[in-house]
Design a protein. Structure first.
Length: 366
């Protein structure tokens, strides 16, 4: 299995750590681009994402022995080159025999339309398979779609199935409290000082990406008179507050799978487009959590070998983006048992090399 994020999937993590499943962990933006490249007939490409990390140098466990006593298969090192003074690694494209994707509507020709943030990986994956099978909620009339509104043209789609008995589940139903803030905010009050400090980095007109967990709460503390546009790597720009109760939408979520809203200037797009924004340096600030930060500005936040695996998700892409994107890490300085999180060198596999600015090593906002 090729995956970028295990997250809260305990069964996935159990199978991986117990050697029942072979998993190639890859950064989410790299995964999206590998799929896009496969569909476009490009065999490989260079990316800055992952340079200097175990993704580049190799050694990431792909298959553990029973009870994770030993690593049976490890990832191999990747080719490295320098272009215009910047380091890049080589990634190979991904194609598939079959792609099973989910769309909102199809017409009788197989043209597909997706709803809100449900576009994500469906669009690039639909282009990268020999046979693409799309499950849809509705079959549209022949002339219902305007040509410019089609998200995936019929040339990529080989079969269409109208779903008969499926449920659109909301994994993390998050709504506003009566005061207009997140229903989960009270439980996060211990980190309020960190979040308030981090929010002071926002400047008017910025485009920002807020990571899963603590960083998301920074949107509650944007200084008055400051307007920022929040990007979510699952395919939304202009993310608004949590919805009021009763207005949640299963097709409008953020990268943490929480229900959200979209502001009037907002837009939706697929995951490969989202990470093109990030990789291309079009995001001014990225804010994410961390487990360790080194004196050199290295960040570790995705894995404790043999014990815990979250996957890097989009974090490696976010901290490797060009164009002067500022990386802010929001974390407490010590672990629950009093251990240090700011170290001479990270002891966990790193997410990014020299990516955290040294002037932010204070107040829990790094």
């Amino acid at each position: 299995m090729v995956s970028s994020y295990v997250g809260e999937n305990k069964e996935f993590a159990r199978q991986y750590l117990n050697g029942e499943l072979e998993v190639e962990l890859t950064p989410q933006g790299t995964l999206a681009e590998r799929i896009r490249a496969g569909g476009a007939g490009v065999p490989a490409f260079y990316t800055p994402t992952g340079f200097g990390t175990p993704i580049h140098k190799g050694g990431v466990p792909i298959k553990y022995g029973s009870k994770n006593e030993e690593v049976l298969i490890k990832s191999l090192p990747k080719e490295h080159r320098v272009f215009n003074g910047r380091h890049y690694i080589l990634e190979e494209a991904i194609t598939a025999d079959y792609a099973l994707i989910k769309a909102w509507k199809a017409d009788k020709y197989g043209n597909l339309v997706f709803r809100k943030t449900a576009r994500n990986f469906n669009v690039p994956m639909g282009k990268a398979a020999k046979v693409t099978i799309a499950e849809v909620e509705e079959i549209a009339s022949a002339d219902e779609f305007e040509p410019e509104h089609i998200h995936l043209p019929c040339v990529y789609v080989h079969r269409v199935i109208k779903g008969a008995r499926y449920e659109k589940r909301i994994e993390k139903r998050t709504v506003q409290s009566q005061g207009g803030s997140s229903a989960d905010e009270k439980s996060m009050s211990l980190q309020e000082r960190i979040i308030r400090r981090a929010a002071l980095e926002f400047k008017d007109g910025m485009y920002v990406n807020l990571g899963i967990g603590i960083p998301v709460l920074a949107s509650n503390y944007i200084p008055k008179g400051i307007k920022v546009t929040i990007q979510s790597e699952n395919g939304a720009l202009g993310v608004g507050p949590y919805p009021v109760k009763g207005e949640e939408d299963a097709d409008l979520i953020n990268a943490g799978k929480e229900t959200v809203t979209l502001l009037p200037q907002g837009s939706y797009f697929s995951s490969d487009e989202s990470f093109a924004m990030i990789r291309g340096g079009h995001i001014d600030i990225t804010m994410l959590g961390g487990m360790q930060v080194s004196q050199h500005g290295d960040l570790a936040n995705w894995m404790i070998p043999g014990k815990m695996v979250k996957g890097m998700g989009g974090a490696m892409d976010l901290v490797s983006s060009g164009g002067g994107t500022k990386v802010i890490v929001t974390m407490e300085h010590t672990t629950k048992d009093g251990g240090h999180k700011i170290l001479e060198n990270c002891s966990y596999p790193i997410t990014g090399k020299n990516c955290v600015p040294p002037d932010h090593h204070r107040d829990g906002c790094l």
